[in-house]
Design a protein around this ligand. Structure first.
Ligand code: PPS
Length: 306
């Protein structure tokens, strides 16, 4: 299945035709979840692969054998991709670990009534858009990106593949009541305290670890370990599908790389759009940079008021 230039429009969202078909997308919405399933949910470039690795390592008590010998897409396949059913049938993993980029308004109904454990990973959208931009350059199944300013506009308008970041994050965070068992964790939390994040996730999965096992998990899911692990760094994917000469999937793995791409104007515009689109979001996100900017704005307001 190549279909590198095909785009599937599904419920108003575009999906790369290389990995998705109308049938695979329709089937995803009717998937019969089991209460024992673990579902990793994210908007692209938010730390999906990292979470897949963390869950694999936790399930194996820190033993890296599985994560060093089975590709991540076979261990925790994407629900909406065309090969999903075949991979899931042959997957040895119990509980089943499933990944998805689908928004809540599409997948929520299939999860209703299920006790599947959902882990939602989010990341500062400024870093998401930068990571996504670089990924578009190397992934031949995604449209060649325009200039960064144009790409940024498409991100803010929600017209890129997989739809709007804002709708995705708001959908999964505002609807926690309709998902029985949901853990929301950010890329930033994992980056700032990987050990603490692993403990939180293992406790949520009811898979307790002793300190030594936590340390081995930390070691094997560090950025440098994962960058060199071909089961997760996507170097197994053929050059015509991902052009490894144009970049690496494990690119920088940092918080705040957006500062190297955004102009001051773009940052201000982004903050305005963010504020207006997120005003109805009940959850407060602690993006480091945003906090600094907000306190700066508060300071300015205080000066204006005095
Ligand atoms: S995808 O295509 O949606 O599955 O991409 P996703 O895995 O969600 O996101 C890829 C970004 O996550 C970074 N990454 C990590 N950062 C820190 N530590 C670890 N262990 C790690 N693993 C993956 C990866 O480098 C991409 O971010 P950028 O900013 O592009 O480096």
């Amino acid at each position: 299945m190549a279909r590198l230039d095909v785009t599937e429009m599904f419920h108003g969202i575009s999906f790369p035709g290389h990995l998705h078909t109308q049938d695979s997308l329709k089937l995803a919405l009717k998937f019969p979840f089991r209460d024992s399933d673990i579902l990793i949910v994210s908007y692209p470039k938010s730390g999906t692969t990292w979470m897949q690795e963390i869950v694999s390592l936790i399930s194996n008590k820190g033993d890296p054998h599985v994560s060093q010998n089975t590709p991540n897409w076979a261990r925790s396949p994407w629900l909406e991709q065309y090969y999903f059913a075949a991979v899931l049938d042959s997957s040895p993993s119990t509980p089943r670990v499933i990944t998805t980029h689908l928004p809540h308004h599409l997948l929520g109904p299939a999860l209703q009534g299920s006790k599947a454990k959902v882990i939602y990973v989010s990341r500062n959208p400024k870093d998401v858009v930068v990571s996504f931009y670089h990924f578009h350059k190397m992934a031949n199944f995604l449209p060649e990106p325009d200039t960064f300013p144009e790409f940024l506009n498409q991100f803010l308008e929600g017209t890129l593949s997989y739809g709007s970041w804002f709708d995705h994050v708001k959908g999964w965070s505002d609807q926690t009541a309709s998902v029985n068992c949901l853990l929301h964790i950010t890329y930033e939390e994992m980056s700032l305290d990987l050990c603490g994040a692993i403990k939180r996730i293992s406790s949520f999965l009811q898979c307790p670890l002793v300190e030594d096992e936590v340390s081995t998990c930390v070691k094997h899911c560090s950025f440098s370990s994962m960058k060199h692990n071909k089961m997760v760094n996507y170097t197994l994917v053929a050059q015509e599908i991902m052009d490894h000469g144009k970049g690496s999937f494990m690119r920088k793995g940092k918080i705040g790389d957006w500062k190297n791409m955004f102009t001051e104007e773009q940052n201000q515009y982004f903050n305005c759009v963010y504020k207006s689109k997120m005003q109805d979001c009940t959850l407060r996100f602690v993006w480091e940079e945003q906090k600094e900017e907000e306190s700066h704005v508060k300071d300015l307001n205080a000066v204006e008021e005095s």
